[in-house]
Design a protein around this ligand. Structure first.
Ligand code: GLC
Length: 525
């Protein structure tokens, strides 16, 4: 893929950089842009097509940067706007596109708009938010009983007695997307980043923007008052017009958590978003029947709207998949975090290796969350007093375990991440999972990812079709001469005849494929 390719998002390998935890160059224990620039070679060697950068804007960090105080600048902890511009340029020079993360549902309570709204009831900014009187005689009951996305309540009372809405923490007041100024501001923010050369926008909490102004309660037989309201599509049609005005090569990628695939696909109609994260696949159990159904469901839903599928195994919000796949229950949902349940890391790693080949050969784009290419697992041993995630206080589960800084070199923490104490502790066992330890080791996760991504670049993957190799085997072809086979059964299976192995996720047993192992095959007849 070259930077000239149009529609690059359709089959790109996109790497999520979580800037706090990638690499720290200024020695304060927190990752930064200078660190990313210094370690850009890792991403070039890995062969990724694009970086998605989690928020790097000025923020009080009530939600690790998803509480943005200024969308047109960079938080001093990460660096400066000039450094961000330099990174965009250097990534492009290395053939890597840049996607930035925009958070439209809410802003930080330290954003000038919210401060103005709090300071004066008559301020025009007041209408940019959801201020409402309380219920009850003294107005001291919340306007609704809505449960927040992190659990807990969704309204906070201000000094003047009114309440404001926040679907996440009180430091993240929700914006009123019925207001034209809010819409205009975000279109201008998109242009700000497109003008700086970014190739795509990741849209945070994309389905939540609109709220029913009547504020009904969430009831089974009511339309949902804040999730997936029809009007949200008009917002993204307008965003699409902005993106398209830059020549048709800038992508909008939505974070849309939606159990109903048809509703999900609505976001991907030709005049809306270009792609959205496939959380159905992320949450799916390591189970051949369920995985196959998930792949079918995904491909059908995307085909209906002409959009490319995406394949996502992990991100900064969910338990890392080495850990998930090493548990008895391999599904994921926010209500099923299973903290502290037994984990077989060897099994989880073996499955994660197979999942790498699976997710890199299904039709569409593949997302890699930083550290996944190193086979990192969830750090489940962070002492609670070190937790920084606000979800911990509200939902009893912390996302910090998947946000631990990357191990680069050496035998001991902080493994070259920083010269100081890293903002979250790294497991000592990661000494075998550093970039340095894995480089050149043909059996390492890192070399598996490098080989798979390199092969993917030279393969001309064609039409997808299932290959029937037994009930517990997930196998498919991409055209006549390429096949991926994942053995999800408990016993070795025979590989098809007339093939040669291009890449295997683990050692083969003669000409048989062991359990929890995947291969890419060249079919010869
Ligand atoms: C998204 C982000 C998550 C954040 C939330 C609120 O789900 O991925 O990290 O906490 O939105 O912005």
């Amino acid at each position: 893929m070259s930077l000239q390719d149009s529609q690059w998002w359709r089959d790109a390998v996109i790497y999520q950089v979580y800037p706090r935890s990638y690499a720290d160059a200024n020695g304060d224990g927190v990752g930064d842009i200078a660190g990313i620039r210094a370690q850009l070679g890792h991403l070039r060697d890995l062969g990724v097509d694009a970086i998605w950068m989690s928020p790097w804007y000025p923020s009080p960090m009530a939600d690790a940067g998803y509480d943005v105080a200024d969308f047109r600048d960079i938080d001093p902890a990460f660096g400066t706007l000039t450094e961000a511009e330099a990174l965009i340029e250097e990534a492009h020079a290395a053939g890597i596109r840049m996607i930035v993360d925009i958070v439209p549902n809410h802003i930080s309570s330290e954003h000038p708009w919210f401060k103005a709204a709090l300071a004066d009831e008559k301020a025009k900014e007041r209408d940019y938010f959801w201020f409402r009187p309380g219920r009850g005689e003294n107005g001291d009951e919340m306007p609704t009983d809505w449960r927040g996305e992190f659990g807990g309540t969704t309204w906070t009372r201000t000094g003047d007695g009114s309440w404001y809405l926040h679907l996440f923490t009180p430091e993240q007041p929700d914006l009123n997307w019925d207001h034209p100024d809010v819409r205009a501001e975000f279109e201008s923010i998109l242009r700000f980043w497109f003008d700086r050369g970014v190739d795509g926008i990741r849209i945070d909490s994309a389905a939540l923007l609109l709220k029913d102004p009547q504020l009904p309660e969430v009831l089974e037989d009511n339309p949902h008052p804040f999730h997936d309201l029809d009007g949200v599509h008009e917002v993204y049609r307008a965003w699409r017009r902005v993106a398209d005005s830059y020549g048709g090569n800038r992508a909008l990628i939505g974070e849309v958590w939606m159990p109903e695939v048809e509703r999900f696909a609505n976001y991907l109609r030709p005049d809306e978003l270009h792609a959205a994260f496939n959380f159905d696949f992320l949450g799916c159990a390591w189970d051949p029947r369920l995985m196959r159904e998930c792949v079918d469901r995904t491909l059908d839903a995307h085909k209906a709207v002409g959009a490319p599928a995406t394949w996502v195994l992990s991100n900064h919000d969910v338990t890392r998949h080495v850990t998930r796949y090493g548990r008895e229950d391999t599904t994921f949902s926010f209500d099923n975090n299973l903290d502290g349940t037994p984990v077989d890391l060897e099994l989880g790693t073996r499955r994660a290796r197979a999942a790498a080949l699976l997710s890199l050969s299904l039709p569409g784009a593949t997302y890699i969350y930083q550290g996944e290419e190193l086979g990192l697992w969830e750090n489940e041993n962070i002492p609670p007093e070190q937790f920084q995630d606000p979800m911990w206080g509200r939902r009893g589960h912390s996302r910090d375990g998947c946000r631990v800084p990357l191990p680069w070199t050496g035998d001991e923490a902080p493994f070259g991440f920083t010269t100081a104490t890293p903002w979250l502790p790294q497991p000592a066992e990661w000494k075998d999972r550093t970039v340095q330890a894995q480089t050149g080791d043909p059996n390492s996760m890192l070399e598996l990812y490098r080989s798979a991504i390199a092969l993917r670049r030279t393969e001309s993957f064609a039409d997808f079709s299932w290959l029937e190799l037994g009930r517990d085997v997930l196998a498919f072809c991409r055209g006549q001469d390429f096949a991926c086979v994942v053995n999800m059964s408990g016993a070795p299976i025979a590989l098809p005849a007339n093939q040669s192995v291009l890449l295997a996720s683990g050692p083969l047993d003669g000409d048989r494929l062991p359990p929890d192992t995947a291969v890419w095959l060249r079919m010869t007849s």
